[in-house]
Design a protein around this ligand. Structure first.
Ligand code: PLP
Length: 489
């Protein structure tokens, strides 16, 4: 590593990325390449001789860019946002440059201590109860993804229970979620060794706007208890992936408490909005949850990956996940005065992720972070109003945050087709979405809830402004006009 050469190439790289952000609207938002496109463009084997950064970046522009879906494009409205920011990118750069491996405190004390501090900062900001913070006996850790956070907490709950009832009873453990819970929960359950037959995805209905109904949870638990099963874990969601519905934490946590069930709250996207006091009511009841996580890389400018997990009882986590081989023994660990984060996660080695979150919180300050979130929510309201005044469209789920779920309504089709069935409406909307995504001007994704196919318009890319929302609405209407016209001809 030659510091002067690093300086030279680093400047080139920063210029390259700054140009990328300047030009980002020129690229089709969703990649338009066919599978296997890259193999045809690149050499069969690694080069023997060194190549210059200039040449490599030329290849990035020519060969890699076409295969990118541009998540930071202001015309990206798909999935949930995964927002870049200057502070986040620079934080990542600092992490990569320092490249410390803070598996335990002694391996890099600042990496651990900063993480403890920023996790308390962020926890306070979203108004988590003190019991979940280091300052109140709990604590937080930065993991890669929500799926990892779910796995770690299930394993902690599993071991806590099996210590009481005996390891041989693992097949009796039952976990609960709703049919709207993110599928990564099922993956975590699968890895944890809990029987998949004991995974209850409790059906939700339109009556509760697809939130998990406490009565349904209670009935399901009682049925399981009657057959001798052991209720273990509930995953509740604040802001589901399909429609951003919020499960009622208070009654759900109360029921869980009655049966000694561990509650994890997955607030991957919407938890970030809780830095604004007006959204904090969605967390009412969280004081009775055992763990809570959000993805700061989704809507808090912190660059993938930055999943923040808080637990009320860190001992339950470390009991399940700790290993202390002789080679890692040290005075600090033995003193029990320090956090060794290797015992709070799946892997041993870990990146200094706290830096980027620290940079984001410091560089923007709470005031600006709240303003960003609020501006996205305001733009979503604006889009919702545009949809609402065009009678050919309908909003199909209540908007809680910065995502609008809508579709072309059956009424629009009735003008062209005599008998309109739900399946036809779904197929038409799917055609609209594919047509829009194929043109590359904007990108949205879909969900199917209660048999209804809906388009999701999720706002949060860092450069999105009202101009892009209005343009997106024009694109959507133009595609619908053409497809409706084709329907009649
Ligand atoms: N939970 C919710 C509510 C999500 O929306 C998502 C992803 O969008 C996840 C979990 C999965 O997150 P991860 O990819 O971090 O595991």
């Amino acid at each position: 590593l030659d510091p002067e050469e690093f300086r030279r190439q680093g400047h080139i790289m920063v210029d390259f990325l700054a140009d990328y952000f300047n030009d980002i609207e020129k690229y089709p938002v969703r990649s338009q390449v066919e599978p296997g496109y890259l193999k045809k463009l690149l050499a069969d084997s690694a080069p023997n001789q060194p190549e210059s950064i200039e040449k490599i970046l030329q290849n990035v522009r020519k060969d890699i860019f076409p295969g990118l879906t541009h998540w930071q494009s202001p015309n990206f409205f798909a999935y949930f946002p995964c927002i870049s920011s200057t502070a986040g990118i620079l934080g990542e750069m600092l992490t990569a440059g320092l490249n410390v491996v803070g598996f335990n405190w002694i391996a890099s004390p600042a990496a651990t201590e900063l993480e403890c501090i920023v996790m308390d900062w962020l926890g306070k900001l979203i108004n988590l109860p003190k019991t979940h913070l280091f300052s109140g006996g709990g604590g937080g850790v930065i993991q890669g993804t929500t799926c990892e956070a779910m796995l770690c907490t299930i394993v902690a709950a599993r071991d806590q229970m099996l210590d009481k009832v005996g390891r041989e009873n693992i097949d009796k453990l039952v976990v609960y979620a709703s049919d709207q819970t993110h599928f990564s929960f099922q993956k975590a359950v699968k890895i944890s060794g809990i029987k998949l037959e004991n995974f209850r995805a409790i059906p939700t209905t339109k009556a509760t706007e697809y939130a998990l109904c406490p009565i349904s949870l209670s009935k399901t638990i009682q049925e399981d208890k009657k057959t001798g099963l052991l209720p273990l874990f509930l995953c509740a969601t604040v802001g589901t992936t399909s429609t951003t519905v919020v499960d009622p934490l208070k009654p759900l946590c109360e029921i869980a408490k009655e049966y000694g069930i561990w509650v994890h709250v997955d607030a991957a996207y919407a938890g970030n909005a809780c830095i604004c006091p007006e959204f904090q009511h969605f967390l009412n009841g969280v004081e009775n949850a055992n763990s809570f996580s959000l993805n700061a890389h989704k809507w808090l400018f912190s660059i993938l990956d930055c999943c923040c997990l808080w637990v009320k009882d860190p001992n339950s986590l470390t009991k399940a996940l700790s290993t202390t081989p002789e080679c890692l023994r040290n005075k600090a660990t033995d003193s029990k005065q320090v956090v060794d984060y290797k015992d709070w996660q799946i892997s041993l080695s870990r990146r200094f992720r706290a830096l980027k979150l620290w940079l984001v919180l410091r560089s923007y300050g709470v005031v600006n972070l709240r303003n960003f979130i609020r501006s996205h929510v305001k733009m979503a309201k604006h889009f919702e109003e545009l949809v609402a005044v065009d009678e050919r469209f309908e909003i199909v789920a209540p908007r809680n945050f910065s995502m609008v779920c809508f579709r072309v309504s059956p009424l629009a089709l009735q003008e062209k087709v005599i008998f309109v069935e739900e399946d036809q409406v779904n197929k038409f909307n799917a055609k609209v979405l594919e047509s829009i995504n194929s043109c590359g001007n904007i990108h949205m994704t879909h969900a199917v809830v209660g048999g209804v196919y809906m388009m999701r318009f999720a706002i949060g890319a860092p450069l999105t402004d009202y101009r892009h929302i209005n343009m997106a609405w024009d694109v959507i209407r133009n595609h619908v006009n053409v497809l409706l016209k084709n329907l009649s001809s």
